[in-house]
Design a protein around this ligand. Sequence first.
Ligand SMILES: O=C1C[C@@](O)(C(=O)O)C[C@@H](O)[C@@H]1O
Length: 519
Amino acid sequence: MGSLGMLENSTKICAPLMSQSIDQMVSDMYQAKAEGADMVEIRLDCIKNFQPHQDLRILLKNKPLPVLIVYRPKWEGGHYEGDEHMQLEALNLAKELGADYIELELKVASDLMEEHKLNQHGSSKLIVSCYLESATPSKEDLGYLVARMQSTGADIIKLVTNASNITEVARIFHLLSHCQMPLIAYSIGDRGLISQILAPKFGGFLVYGSIEGNLVPGLPTLDSLRYAYGVEYINPDTKVFGLVSKPVSHSKGPILHNPTFRHVGYNGLYVPMLVDDLKEFFRVYSSPDFAGFSVGIPYKEAVIGFCDEVHPLAQSIGAVNTIIRRPSNGKLIGYNTDCEASITAIEDALKVSGCTTGEAFLPSPLTGKLFVLVGAGGAGRALAFGAKIRGARVVIFDIDFDRAKSLAHAVSGEARRYEDLTNFRPEKGAILANATPVGMHPNTDRIPVAEVTLQDYKLVFDSVYTPRKTRLLKEAEAAGAIPVSGVEMFLRQAIGQFVLFTGREAPKEFMRDIVLAKF
Ligand SMILES: O=C1C[C@@](O)(C(=O)O)C[C@@H](O)[C@@H]1O
């Protein structure tokens, strides 16, 4: 990898292991090591018929990596139902047998403190933890809680919250960057994912990643931490680029952008951001650390209201899919890379298949063609404007007829009622473009038009990119049309974003290879 100027961080990657047998725990430790973990967390409370003396000896004698021992009681979300005394005995034994870290819940640690019973001898480090079922507390309350945890004599403190909104995760980042002692802090849930991935940027002590085949709900896998996010290369200077969308987990953006950043030695990180409230989001994530954004469904139109400047093409389309924070003044500038991406994907496919014969004098193989568009949302608007700019005649269908009419008006096209789509037969040689999510994973058996109408089209484009070949594209190919996958548009819009994000030329072939191998 191009490591130009990048510093590795000191955040450890830890695999939580929750198997029920000792043999399995031992083999999980080796698997975690092979998958790139720096340490493992062994959950004693998950082991069936746990025999402290015998089992801890086997586990700690066979450890290939530093071990954190956790014996989590039921009241803190674990499975241990015994008393504090037995819990403490097992943890002390683990210390004696060479555990590198042991974890105690705040309540237990506080009780022990009061009774002057917290045994701080030995070489294991003590992690005092607190799991909040609720949302992340205010900055002040977090401060008090951390002070209380510190006062137990912990070497490391660990705080876990349940994020109900991505904006509260910013309080975790604040805490991580201001805490004077080693801190593990993160939020669980889809909205909290960035707190885990970005822990190395803000100085977190460790980040959790689950081993393959043993997924822990709410945690990324070791493989995604290493490959998709490259967490070992993140440092305080890393520029963060977020995909602002809802839903967001379907996106393949991280597995394309992050390896590309690393390939060219650019210190950037691309993360999914599940956003509920755009206004709050841009108010809270306003620091230069958050250097730019991709914008996905359903925000491509609404986000214009939060940009300080909008590129003329994006302005006329009325949709933004890329935002850059201008380093000189922090202003947000909106762009649209979908338009060129989708139209050039269609044009190139027409050129490759020789559909331009006799039309070489035309500015584009789309000039003069009938362009039938289904869906007038953000992606549809980009396609409609692109087709119009190339001189195509645009016909638009949308479930919301007013939306279709307003887009048709903007591109001097024609709006048709959605009900008429089933029987709509275009002139021969027309282009069909689907800009609705119909057919997207997991509803892959769905198709936005009637199959019988497909034979009249020369080319069918689908903006859906999961799966690569949608049912619409399969049927179109069978009917003799040229299929163009949304993957091609996805790749090209990402190439456009790379240039805007980094100010550098994009390694196009490298990016295309990732798409071919991983999509
Ligand atoms: O439409 C898309 C797809 C996307 O939202 C994603 O899911 O990764 C990313 C956007 O930049 C792009 O315009």
